[in-house]
Design a protein around this ligand. Sequence first.
Ligand SMILES: NC(=O)C1=CN([C@@H]2O[C@H](COP(=O)(O)OP(=O)(O)OC[C@H]3O[C@@H](n4cnc5c(N)ncnc54)[C@H](OP(=O)(O)O)[C@@H]3O)[C@@H](O)[C@H]2O)C=CC1
Ligand SMILES: O=C(O)CCC(=O)C(=O)O
Ligand SMILES: [Mg+2]
Length: 742
Amino acid sequence: MSSKPTIIYTKTDEAPALATYSLLPIVEAFTRSSGIAVETRDISLAGRIIATFSDSLPEAQRIGDELGYLGKLCQEPTTNIIKLPNISASVPQLKAAVAELQSQGYALPDYPENPQTDAEKEIKARYAKVMGSAVNPVLREGNSDRRAPKAVKDYAKKHPHSMGKWFADSKTRVGTMGGKGDFFSNEKSVTVPAATDVKIEFIGADGTSKVLKESTPLKAGEIIDGTFLSKAALVDFLAGQIAEAKADNVLFSLHMKATMMKVSDPIIFGRAVEVFFKDLITKHAATLKELNVDFRNGFGDLVGKLDKLPAEKKAEIEADIQAAYTSGPALSMVNSDKGITNLHVPSDVIVDASMPAMIRAGGKVWDAQGKTGDTLAVIPDSSYAGVYQAVIDFCKAQGALDPKTMGSVPNVGLMAQAAEEYGSHNKTFEIPGKGTVKVTDSSGSVLFSHEVEQGDIWRACQTKDAPVQDWVKLAVNRARATGVPAIFWLDKARAHDAQIIAKVETYLKDHDTSGLDIRILAPAEACTFSLERIVKGEDTISVTGNVLRDYLTDLFPILEVGTSAKMLSIVPLMNGGGLFETGAGGSAPKHVQQFLEENYLRWDSLGEFFALAASLEHLSETFKTAKAKVLADTLDTATGKFLEFDRSPGRKLGTIDNRGSHFYLAFYWAQALAAQTGDAELQAQFKPIAEELTASEDKIVEELLAVQGKAIDIGGYFKPCDTQASAALRPSATLNAILAKV
Ligand SMILES: NC(=O)C1=CN([C@@H]2O[C@H](COP(=O)(O)OP(=O)(O)OC[C@H]3O[C@@H](n4cnc5c(N)ncnc54)[C@H](OP(=O)(O)O)[C@@H]3O)[C@@H](O)[C@H]2O)C=CC1
Ligand SMILES: O=C(O)CCC(=O)C(=O)O
Ligand SMILES: [Mg+2]
C-alpha cells in the first residue's frame, strides 16, 4: 500500500505505447511539484513474455511479474492505475513477438505448436498464460463505468464525423445459429446457496471418465453456468451461411473475439476456415499435416508455410486457393492490397470494433478490389448477435444515425472478478468424444450435465455475488446522477440471465430507486428501445453483463463520437482503489504502421487525458491532497479548450499528430494552472511556463511538423528501443527544454 500519492501508468503496446513516450514526460512534469509520484509498470506483450521466462534469462534482461504485482495492488484501497490498451495476442501475434525478442538477443524458446515432450508442454503452458486477454481480467477488480464526456458529445455535435448512408434495400445482415446447438440454447445455470467446490468431468460413452478441471471453488451466492456449442451444428450452420452469402452475392464476414475468448473462439474461427476451404483441405490433407497447419491461427497459417514446399506443390496449392476464392462467396477483406482476408488471422477482425465500423460505414465492408459491399456478418452464437441485427434493422428503416443530434448510450458493465464468459478460458474444453460433461459440487450432487459429441466446445462461466451487488449499486448511482433511464439488458429466456435477473430484482431493493426509470429488457429489445430514444437526442444507460459491456462501449461511441478512444472509462475497484482505463478501444495496430512509414502518429490520446483527470480526482480524495484536485480541475479545463480548438490529431500528414496534440494539452493545462487562484504555488510555478509555451507555440509546432513524411526506425515493434522511440516521439527541442524547467 502506497503512503505517497502515486499514479501507476502502464506501459503497453503499439499506438498507446508510442503515445506514452510523448505524453508521460508531460504528466511527470506537471505532477512532480505536487508531491505525486508517477510510476510506470510494463504490462506489454513483450514485457509479459520476458517476465514469464525470466528464470532462464540473464539478470540484465529480466523483468519482474509486473502484471501479477498490479493484480495484487488492485485489491488495495489507495491504488490508482492508469491502464492503457494492450495487445491481447493471438498465436500469430505471439509468435511474431517471440521472433522479434529473439532477434534482439533474448534466448526465448520457440512457441511449440505441437508439444511432444513435457518440457515443450511446459513452454506452451507458459505462453498460454500471456496469450489472449491476459491483462484486463487480472486488473479488473471492479465494474465498469464507460461514457462519453459531455465535452466530447458537444464536440461531435459541432464537428460530426463521417457516417455512411444506410438504405432500406441494404442486403447487410447478421447470420447466427439462433438457438440451434449454440451456447445460448444449451446453457444451464445455477446459483449455489453456500460455498462449495465443483468438479468438471467428462464421461465417455464407453464409461471412462476424465476430469477436465478438478477444482473450481465457488462462493456463497455465486452463479455458475455451463453450456456447449455443437460442432456438427456449427459446421452445418457455417456451410449454410457460406452458401447464402454466395447466393445473395454479398461479402462473407466472420466476427469473433478470438483474443479475449482465447480458447473457444480460435476453434470456431478454425472451423470457419475449414468449411470455407473444404475442398482444398480435403485434397491436400497430407501436405497440410506435413506442414503442421493449424487453421485456428487462421488461413494465414497455411499461406505463411507455403514457401516450405517444393515450387510445384506450392503452385498447385496456390491455384487451388484461387479456385476456392472463385467458387465461394467473396470474402470481406482486412487489407485488399495485400490480399489479407477476413479469415487470415483470427485477431485481425474483432467483433467489438469490427461490427460498429461496418455499421458506421452504412453496412459496408471491403472486398478484394478495394470497393465496399454489403455483407453477411456471421456471429455464430446467438447470445448477443441480435443486438447488431437490431441496429441494422433500425438503420435500414430510419437511415444512418446522425452524430449532430443523437443522444448517448453510456454503459455500466458487470466486469469485476472475471465475470461471465470473459473468465471462462480455464473452464473451456474441446470435447474428446461422445459422452457427458458433468459438473458436481463438493457434496457429490450434480449441478448440471450436458450430452456432448467429439469436437463440441463446452464451457463454464462464473459470476460472483459481490460484483453483482456492486454493479446494481453503480447502475442506480448513475441513474440517480443523470436522471436518465437505466436498462438492464437481460433476457429472461436465457438460463444465465434468469439467475442474474433474480439477483438484480433482489438488490435493487437495497437502494432508493424512487423516481428512477429502471427496466429489464432482453438485449435486442433494449437496443431498439435505446435507439428509439437516441434519435430523439435522448440518453439511455445500458446496464449489461461483461460481453455486452465490451460490445456496446465500442458500438455506441463509434456511432456517436467516431471512436471509442474518446471515452471516459472508469473502474471503481471494489476495495476502494481506482483503475482508469483509457478510452474503450484497442491498441490500433494500423496506427503503428503509419507511424513507421511516415513518422505520423494518428492516435488520439483524449482517452488518456480523461483517465488522467479522473485519476487525479481520485488521488485528491484518497490522499486528501488539494493540489491533485487543482491539477484535475485545470486538466478538465485544458481538455475543454483542447476540444474547443480541435487539437486532436488529424488523419493525414502535415497536420499536428499525436505529439502535437500533447503539446497543446500541456499548453492549455499550463494556462489553466496559471489562471487558477486556488493554489498560489502552482499558479506561480506555471505562470512562466504558460508564457513560454505561448511564446514558443509556432516554433514547437514547426519542429513537430518538420519530422513528418519519412520512414522511421525505433528498433522494434513489440519492444522498441526506448532511446530511439523516445527521441522519435519527442522531436521538439524547444518543448523538451520548457518541460525540463517545470
Ligand atoms: N483495453 C484493451 O486493452 C483493449 C485491447 N484491445 C487489443 O487491441 C488490438 C487491436 O484491436 P482492434 O479490434 O483492432 O481495435 P482497435 O480499437 O485497436 O482498432 C480499431 C480502430 O479504432 C480506431 N482507434 C482506436 N483507438 C484509437 C485512438 N486512440 N485514436 C484514434 N483512433 C483509434 C482506429 O480506427 P479508424 O481507422 O476507424 O480511425 C483503429 O484502427 C488487439 O490486440 C486487441 O486485443 C482491443 C480492445 C481493448
Ligand atoms: O482484453 C481484451 O482483449 C479486450 C478488452 C476490450 O475490448 C474492452 O474491454 O473493451
Ligand atoms: Mg472492447
